[in-house]
Design a binder for this molecule. Sequence first.
Ligand SMILES: Cc1cc2nc3c(=O)[nH]c(=O)nc-3n(C[C@H](O)[C@H](O)[C@H](O)COP(=O)(O)OP(=O)(O)OC[C@H]3O[C@@H](n4cnc5c(N)ncnc54)[C@H](O)[C@@H]3O)c2cc1C
Length: 491
Amino acid sequence: MIEPFQPAAHADFLRDESRRTGTADRIAFPRTESEVLEALAEARANRMPVTTQGARTGIAAGAVPEGGLVLNLSRMDQIHAPRGNAVRVQPGASLDAVRAALPPHLYFSPDPTETTASIGGMISCNSSGALSYLYGPTRNHVLGLRVATVSGEILDLRRGRDKADGLRFRLGALSGTLPPLPRPAVKNAAGYFTDPHMDLVDLFIGSEGTLGVVTEATLRLLPAPGAVWGLMAFLPSSSAAAGFVDALRQSSRGGPAPLAAIEYFDSRALRFLGEHAEELASQGISVPPLREGASCIYAEWHAPAAPAAEAALMAAAELLPGFGADPDASLLADNPHDIEKLKLFRHAVPELVNSAIDERRKIHPGLVKLGTDMSVPDSRLADVLALYGADLAASGLEHLVFGHIGANHLHVNILPRHPADYAAGRALYDRWAAQVIAWGGSIAAEHGIGKLKRDLFRQMAGEESIRKMRDLKKLFDPGWLLNPGTLLEGP
Ligand SMILES: Cc1cc2nc3c(=O)[nH]c(=O)nc-3n(C[C@H](O)[C@H](O)[C@H](O)COP(=O)(O)OP(=O)(O)OC[C@H]3O[C@@H](n4cnc5c(N)ncnc54)[C@H](O)[C@@H]3O)c2cc1C
């Protein structure tokens, strides 16, 4: 079942959406749990590192191999019929496929924008996305997991049933005491966490494939919202946008319908989209009329029925003049077709950035995008926007800012034109990370640490927590074979 790695035929499996390229010696495409165990047994026998892959849409290089065996799960893509509020799926099933398999009244809310992502990858990164503002990250929607351990066992874990006793745990032949690892109070996808009496399934969610291989997931399904309405508003500046977001968050508490998402695009992101309008039109994506120089907030409400969604949207629109924006210049989506159009348009921003970088790599092959993924507490939203704005304006670097502003979580994308730009951008990134950490934020709010952010992660977590995380990994992977180099440095 394990094949030799053929650089020509298997080149795609050396990289993910970070555009980092690795190396590998062997590759396996298991279709069943037994084949995963077989591959792990061979890796164990030969002390061969294993890099697990889902759809390789990750942007932190977690799925990029550094030698050894690539365990690609894309062929484990079975989806069972939903039962009640749950559906069992193999890890390689894509989010698109899971959605398509559900009847219209059931809803799986995690939405990391890139819908070709696999369920196993989403679980391993504890992915979020726009709708996590209301529904929380993928973790909140996992009822159970089957996990293959590197020692050759299958752990069948159920939320609510398989819990730690204090910090002690027993799972099959594995047992021990979990090190205490509290989680930050902001949106976060950086490393392990533990709680006394925790659901043990949570150890594996967000662990980036470093503790075991997810071979099946039971996902929690929600009743589909009866009405989804969206508003795209254009504000005169980033500080006006931050003020509007604060007012929106406060006014929506106890409002007629829950706010499901609050997203942000700065004026450069809007301009960038406008510049690529023709290319997007050829992909069926229409760029709405955009206001030059404006910052944009997209808000979305999910309600049982249209009147509640409409009332919530109208209440939000009434806030706009207070922040210098004209409600009549806003765009409204009140049906699935228009909501989908706005979603495609939003997804186009990171996709276009990646394509632009690919073009530049033809001249400077080593060039990669610099994309941040940092979150801060509510009280620091305006500060972080001001910090990014001032530094970027002074830098002369090509850039744009977008992201999940409702969770105080923005992606700054710097598009280097040559290696010197990259070095200048990286210096800014490091400066911002130090400030975000000092404010109590996270340097990885949803993309994970992978292989690209270990240095920032070390700064954020501190040496003591890193040591405890290494202890935790050794409980499940004493030979340090699973995804070495992802999240934590080698043994
Ligand atoms: C254009 C674009 C937009 C994006 N927007 C968002 C966003 O808004 N929010 C967000 O959260 N993410 C976003 N992402 C990142 C990415 O889509 C998610 O992280 C996604 O969950 C990765 O899934 P994957 O199947 O591609 O995983 P991979 O990239 O294949 O793997 C990711 C990690 O999970 C591990 N892994 C994969 N499968 C398993 C398994 N079965 N068992 C154990 N470990 C496993 C891998 O080893 C690796 O460490 C975006 C990506 C792109 C390209």
